[in-house]
Ligand binder design. Structure first.
Ligand code: FES
Length: 108
């Protein structure tokens, strides 16, 4: 069994020169909200869920992005309502949110 049941990483990176990146798409707010919701749901900690910041995950064209391990499920999202759905469906109940899954072809 892995140390965390689910480990979610949010890209918070800002890129120069107007290139596609996550920071301008409220990635920090999404990260903070996810952390709060996971804690409020009693999911945080060993055997549960860990929410971490990440640098560029190299899928910037889909910004903002987050990835959940060990499944390797990649998400793109718009607002905190989407984050709530990821927390409730995936991180709490183990059901990925298909409507928010990042298409496989999206890269940098
Ligand atoms: S800036 Fe977020 S994936 Fe590259």
């Amino acid at each position: 069994m892995s140390y965390y049941k689910h480990h979610i990483f949010f890209c918070l990176n800002q890129r120069d020169g107007g290139q596609a990146c996550c920071a301008p798409h409220a990635a920090h707010a999404a990260f903070d909200h996810c952390k709060q919701q996971v804690k409020a749901a009693g999911l945080a900690g060993p055997g549960g869920v860990r929410v971490n910041k990440a640098g560029c995950l190299d899928r910037c064209a889909g910004a903002p992005v987050a990835v959940v391990y060990p499944e390797g499920t990649w998400y793109t999202f718009v607002d905190t309502t989407d984050i709530d759905e990821i927390v409730e469906s995936h991180l709490k109940n183990g059901q990925p949110v298909q409507r928010l899954v990042l298409p496989a072809e999206v890269g940098r």
